[in-house]
Design a protein around this ligand. Structure first.
Ligand code: DC
Length: 485
């Protein structure tokens, strides 16, 4: 394997040089700084403080980093989303430097980087590649430049992206990051004795790249470098996904139960046929507490397969899941066992845990099936309010029109998500009743919407939207009339 390790302070041009070198040699470029940035972005998006270890460490198991080849570039993906642009925002530099001080973050990413380097010909740039990640790499470089020159280059780069910043501030930020990166206790930025130092202050990019390329070619004269970067990026992703698989293997049901779960989901949906209105109101890739009225034991499967998706979770009676086989299939479907009539600490942990991992959780607030089958809602239990306030999750209300039978098409409407933010910061025990009334009211509003949709508009979404439009025009006309008077 060819591993070329380049370290150096921020703004020394490492990534541009590394890209030129990788392209010339037809090997992969791995920007390890981007990995720290991706972790920082995830942490900040979660509303956590990137400088606090207790905030950051528990989130690491939720982070997957992968790469997609695009033209000459590798896009970096965080949990499947391309974040290549976002991680370059100016403030992300500071946050990345903060998370990079946390040993758990370094161990997590270093493991990934070593995995990649052991399977792939790669140029890696960063702060600790020569000293800690790959101390035995054959090719090691320390790329630096005066702080003032680096600040000038950074300002130009930001300006090109339309993010103008005052030079003085950029210079100060660079000095702060140098200090952070060189003085952290774990794997700080250093120039190792066996690295070749290149001061790029007065050099062009090509001159710097040539120093590296000449050096690599002297040490690897027999290498035949051809275009193989697409295959290489696949290797990188394979190495990363191997690591992720190992991480998640312990708690994932095996393939048999997952297959069976898919079948059960599909079969139940086929029997308990349902038309879903406004499924697009459901927030994707977000935590959410989904609530619905409950008529049939098949409801969870229908809602899980048609709205929540494979990521979703649903509460299920512990007694049902006690049987080993049923328990495994139900777990594969996404069920969380709940012991009713007692404070089930494990269930609470699983629910809050799932929400923390951005998974939607389905809860039937009536607590039991409505056997009468009429449209009246049964009184709500206070669990939904408690979880929604504790986890600050949106609530997505859903409603069945009324009870039907199997193979008789039922109707479900998805309502607009809402938050219980007016109760945040208060003691849950003091407000859960009031919050539950509020949730109940929201369901009643949705009931009114569904009744109009089914009864006035005969179940046609098109007619319903037209009806709503006319209604708001009428409202405007009435307001106009009363103003004239
Ligand atoms: O190279 P960059 O500016 O994108 O890196 C962002 C931050 O990540 C930087 O402040 C230092 C940190 N980092 C690190 O500690 N170790 C690496 N191998 C790469 C980056």
């Amino acid at each position: 394997m060819i591993n070329i390790a380049i370290d150096g302070p921020s703004g020394a041009g490492k990534s541009t040089i590394a890209k030129i070198v990788a392209k010339k040699l037809g090997i992969t470029y791995l920007d390890t700084g981007a990995m720290y940035r991706a972790v920082a972005l995830y942490v900040v998006n979660k509303g956590k403080d990137p400088s606090i270890e207790e905030d950051v460490a528990p989130l690491l198991s939720e982070i997957n980093i992968s790469y997609i080849k695009k033209d000459d570039d590798n896009l970096i993906c965080l949990n499947g989303c391309d974040v290549s642009e976002e991680i370059r925002r100016h403030e992300m530099s500071k946050y990345a430097s903060q998370v990079s001080k946390i040993p758990a973050v370094r161990l997590f990413l270093v493991d990934m980087q070593r995995n990649i380097a052991s399977n792939t010909d790669v140029v890696l740039d960063g702060r600790d590649i020569t000293s800690y990640v790959l101390p035995d790499a054959k090719h090691k470089f320390y790329l630096t430049a005066d702080a003032e020159e680096r600040a000038k280059r950074r300002c130009k780069e930001l300006a090109e992206k339309g993010q103008e910043m005052p030079y003085e501030q950029v210079l100060q930020d660079i000095k702060d990051r140098d200090f952070n990166d060189m003085n952290r206790s774990f794997a700080p930025l250093i120039k190792t004795a066996d690295s070749i130092e290149i001061d790029s202050t007065h050099m062009t990019l090509q001159e710097v790249a040539d120093v590296i390329l000449n050096n690599v070619e002297i040490k690897n004269p027999q290498e035949n470098y051809e275009e193989k970067s697409l295959a290489q990026i696949k290797d990188v992703n394979a190495a990363v996904s191997k690591q992720i698989k190992q991480r998640t293997k312990q708690n994932k049901p095996n393939i048999f139960y997952r297959g069976l779960a898919n079948f059960v989901r599909w079969a139940m949906g086929a029997v308990w046929t349902t038309r879903i209105y406004f499924a697009d109101r459901f927030p994707k890739n977000s935590k959410a507490i989904v609530i619905c009225n409950h008529y049939s034991a098949l409801d969870p499967c229908v809602i899980m397969s048609k709205v929540l998706g494979k990521n979703g979770k649903v509460l299920m009676k512990y007694e049902v899941m006690k049987n080993k086989f049923v328990g495994k299939v139900a777990t594969a479907i996404g069920a969380i066992p709940v012991k009713r009539g007692e404070a089930d600490v494990n269930a609470v942990k699983s629910i809050l845990g799932a929400l923390g991992k951005n998974q939607p959780v389905l809860i039937f607030p009536e607590g039991t099936r409505n056997k009468s089958g009429n449209k009246e809602l049964l009184p709500f239990k206070s669990g939904v309010a408690t979880f929604a306030i504790k986890s600050k999750s949106p609530i997505v209300p859903m409603l069945y029109y009324k009870k039907t039978g199997i193979f008789k098409r039922n109707k479900i409407i998805v309502g607009t998500p809402f938050w219980l933010d007016k109760f945040y910061g208060q003691k849950v025990g003091d407000v859960k009743e009031e919050a539950t009334d509020y949730i109940f009211e929201k369901m009643q509003e949705l009931r009114a919407e569904l009744d109009i949709l089914v009864e006035k508009c005969h179940g046609s979404k098109k007619k319903y939207l037209k009806y709503k439009k006319n209604q708001s025009m009428e409202l405007c006309a009435n307001v106009g009339e009363s103003r004239k008077k």
